[in-house]
Ligand binder design. Structure first.
Ligand SMILES: NC(=O)c1ccc[n+]([C@@H]2O[C@H](COP(=O)([O-])OP(=O)(O)OC[C@H]3O[C@@H](n4cnc5c(N)ncnc54)[C@H](OP(=O)(O)O)[C@@H]3O)[C@@H](O)[C@H]2O)c1
Length: 321
């Protein structure tokens, strides 16, 4: 029986994964912790597998705080891993958006430094990956990057509101006169049930030293243009009001020159993710999809999530990840 330690077990992904692994029977004994700081009390002797999900997933943290939580937390997990004599694998759960503002095809591979980031969360998760990559010669560690989790593909249930829901919620309000727009660019969204099922399914087969994308990829994402075309019918009878669609460069200029306090505040909050709508980012999935299967139809998932969210009045607990 494998002894599996999951960090971030009180969070969205960690708790669902623990639930999913429990349901598969006695192959694993689970050891759950929320934050890496708790590892000082954990017994490394029997641990055969670590799935590191813990992270501060808020986009608006000061840089030092985000680095301490995400790079510092990962350092602590790697140090703990070195003390586990029976260790078979470490899975570092990361975000597809460690790519920051880098455009084009984002490979299932370590990313060269030098690109800019949209928020401190992305930057701190990138630094965490660098720590993991540096340990690859010494630890059996793989990286699994997840793109934006949207909700449950079967019911539309949203367990946790994030930037995607916040942006969707605003389409009836047009809080800014312009929005960044690349119509043909895929908007990569993944359902929580597919993410946890996939992670559980591929856990045993992950190759150390490799990067995997739990992303929809171009073939299973809606282009931004198609996504925006879908929304009016879903929000009816409320009217959807789209701002003028501009290039990322024009949006950046607008954001830099915003004059009113209200506009500055809206740009600050939306700016943690909105710029991605003006970028063409395609997440490669050639390594991962043959192992996981492809995610369900993005149109159906989006429809269910929007209908669920409207009925639930977009929940009460707002957070970002
Ligand atoms: N959800 C997504 O859309 C998404 C997308 C891409 C990647 N990911 C990645 O998936 C992993 C899990 O994300 P999630 O959505 O499950 O996050 P989450 O719901 O915010 O849960 C975060 C987990 O990390 C712990 N945590 C909170 N603040 C921390 C800190 N300062 N230092 C260390 N640990 C802290 C939390 O413990 P407490 O209960 O004590 O706060 C909780 O167990 C993360 O690595 C995230 O980067 C998530």
């Amino acid at each position: 029986m494998t002894h599996t330690l999951i960090t971030g077990a009180t969070g969205l992904v960690g708790s669902e994964l623990a639930e999913r692994l429990r349901s598969t029977g006695p192959a694993r004994r689970l050891f759950l912790c929320a934050r890496p700081g708790e590892l000082g009390r954990a017994d490394p002797t029997g641990i055969g597998e670590i799935v590191h999900c813990a992270a501060d997933t808020r986009f608006d943290r000061p840089r030092e705080e985000a680095m301490a939580a995400n790079a510092g937390g990962t350092r602590a997990v790697l140090d703990f891993a070195h003390r586990c004599p029976r260790l078979k694998r470490v899975v570092h759960v990361s975000t597809a958006f460690v790519c920051g503002r880098r455009e084009g095809v984002i490979p299932e591979a370590p990313l060269e430094p030098g690109h800019q980031f949209v928020n401190t969360y992305q930057e701190s998760k990138y630094e965490a990956e660098r720590l993991v990559i540096a340990e690859m010669p010494r630890l059996p560690v793989s990286i699994v990057r997840i793109s934006s989790i949207i909700g449950d593909s079967r019911t539309g249930e949203v367990r946790r509101i994030n930037h995607v829901h916040q942006l969707l919620k605003l389409v009836t309000r047009a809080p800014l006169p312009v929005m960044p727009y690349r119509g043909e660019a895929p908007v990569d969204l993944v359902p929580l049930d597919w993410v946890t099922e996939s992670l559980a399914r591929i856990l045993d087969g992950l190759e150390p030293g490799r990067v995997y994308h739990l992303c929809a990829g171009q073939g299973h994402s809606l282009a931004l243009e198609a996504l925006l075309d879908l929304l009016p019918a879903l929000f009816a009878p409320r009217a959807v009001v789209y701002p003028r669609r501009v290039s990322l460069k024009e949006y950046d200029q607008f954001a830099a020159g915003a004059s009113t306090a209200l506009q500055k505040e809206v740009i600050r909050v939306l700016g943690y993710f909105l710029p991605h709508l003006g970028m063409n980012q395609v997440f490669a999935v050639d390594r991962t999809h043959p192992l996981t299967g492809t995610p369900p139809d993005p149109r159906l998932t989006l429809e269910r999530v929007v209908r669920y969210s409207i009925a639930a009045n977009w929940g009460r607990r707002d957070s970002c990840c």
